[in-house]
Design a protein around this ligand. Structure first.
Ligand SMILES: *[C@@H]1O[C@H](CO)[C@@H](O)[C@H](O)[C@H]1NC(C)=O
Ligand SMILES: *[C@@H]1O[C@H](CO)[C@@H](O)[C@H](O)[C@H]1NC(C)=O
Ligand SMILES: *[C@@H]1O[C@H](CO)[C@@H](O)[C@H](O)[C@H]1NC(C)=O
Ligand SMILES: *[C@@H]1O[C@H](CO)[C@@H](O)[C@H](O)[C@H]1NC(C)=O
Ligand SMILES: *[C@@H]1O[C@H](CO)[C@@H](O)[C@H](O)[C@H]1NC(C)=O
Ligand SMILES: *[C@@H]1O[C@H](CO)[C@@H](O)[C@H](O)[C@H]1NC(C)=O
Length: 333
């Protein structure tokens, strides 16, 4: 009896350790217009949260990372606080190939206010930002108490936020709405920037898409297209510093990854396969990291150890960024 049990435990241990490596997420905060003050807070907080949520983040504003080759190292991309045309046509095409290879999408706040001309991107995010009334206190309501992005949220919560309105109904892109807003809880204002389809009711605030649409077919041998999660919350520094928000965002990201469409889960064409990681000669032990892009992003860091920043990877790891901030080194983003 005992040896059998021991064997089962050993087998389970080997299976769980060999099939699962740490999902690797590219966080993209590039802007081509409005720039949120909360970008440094977002990077700082995500960097601190990575270990707790068993993911690793690389932070970048470098559009040249959006090639099929570079993206193939990642299990997911997170578009956070962007604006405007942050990728060219080649970058947009590589991103689409990534999604149709199983790479997952997460969008935060104005992650829906970029790449307006890219229909595929619109389908991945679900709906694009149209306008918002003034920043003010509003009451948000939970529509789903089991989804990982909302199960730990209160049924109703009130905070300062820009209540986003969208250029279409994300439900038309197969989104399931997770959060809405109490329409009587804030002063409406602002007006639509065009003659767009209705965003539908209840007013979409955060949602998920199990199987995002795309004009590009699934790549050969891809298990499935990557899942998508989007939240329009996240305007203020204080929001990023709120554990309820982080639980919402990281719950959504984790849910998208748990669709098991990537190499971190032992399947698929993209993502972190630790075995490959070990065999590859990526620059390791880098003790200083710096990025300097056309977009103007720059950072220096004295973080040792895990920093994996080199010529082939112009991003910043969470450790590097957290290190830079911890060491009080100016982080200009
Ligand atoms: C890949 O997964 C391994 C095993 O979990 C982890 O040690 C490593 O840091 C991950 N690499 C990246 C780039 O996320
Ligand atoms: C948000 O944080 C940034 C630095 O991280 C700071 O420059 C900015 O003033 C803060 N904004 C507010 C409204 O506190
Ligand atoms: C992260 O991994 C550890 C060890 O496997 C586990 O105990 C913990 O619950 C995981 N955390 C999350 C948020 O999944
Ligand atoms: C987006 O498409 C519109 C209409 O075709 C065009 O006028 C505009 O210049 C495009 N914007 C960008 C940034 O490509
Ligand atoms: C809540 O989310 C779960 C997925 O986590 C889904 O199965 C369920 O249908 C959703 N419920 C509603 C009311 O949308
Ligand atoms: C975070 O937001 C929740 C929901 O509004 C609120 O209950 C909580 O007090 C906030 N936490 C902090 C530290 O502000």
């Amino acid at each position: 009896m005992l040896p059998v049990l021991a064997f089962i435990y050993l087998a389970a241990f080997i299976m769980s350790t060999s099939a699962q490596s740490t999902p690797h997420i590219l966080v993209y905060t590039a802007t081509k217009g409005y720039r949120h003050e909360s970008i440094p807070a977002a990077i700082d907080v995500l960097g601190q949260q990575a270990d707790r949520w068993n993911v690793s983040f690389t932070f970048t504003e470098d559009p040249s990372m959006f090639t099929t080759d570079t993206l193939s190292q990642f299990d997911g991309v997170m578009f956070a606080l962007n604006s405007g045309e942050v990728l060219d046509d080649d970058g947009q095409a590589a991103l689409q190939t990534f999604f149709q290879s199983g790479g997952v999408y997460t969008g935060v706040h104005s992650g829906s206010a970029c790449l307006y001309n890219d229909t595929n991107y619109a389908q991945a995010v679900g709906a694009l930002f149209d306008y918002h009334p003034e920043l003010q206190s509003a009451t948000f309501e939970r529509l789903n108490d089991t989804h990982p992005a909302t199960k730990n949220l209160p049924d109703r919560f009130t905070w300062e936020e820009e209540v986003y309105n969208f250029r279409s109904d994300p439900r038309s892109n197969d989104a399931v709405i997770l959060l809405t807003v109490d329409e009587n809880s804030y002063q409406h204002g602002g007006s639509s920037t065009g003659d767009y389809p209705d965003q539908g009711t209840p007013h979409p605030i955060a949602w998920y898409i199990e199987s995002p649409k795309s004009a590009l077919p699934l790549q050969a041998d891809a298990p499935r297209a990557g899942r998508s999660f989007y939240t329009s919350l996240g305007h203020l520094n204080t929001t990023w510093q709120n554990d309820t928000f982080i639980d919402h965002l990281m719950g959504g990201l984790t849910w998208a990854l748990e669709g098991r469409s990537t190499r971190a889960y032992g399947v698929g064409l993209v993502g972190n396969s630790s075995a490959e990681e070990d065999g590859k000669s990526t620059p390791s032990g880098t003790t200083s990291a710096s990025v300097s892009e056309s977009s103007g992003a720059a950072a220096t860091s004295g973080a040792a150890g895990q920093s994996r920043v080199g010529s082939s990877n112009m991003g910043l790891t969470a450790a590097a960024v957290a290190g830079a901030i911890g060491a009080g080194i100016a982080l200009v983003l």
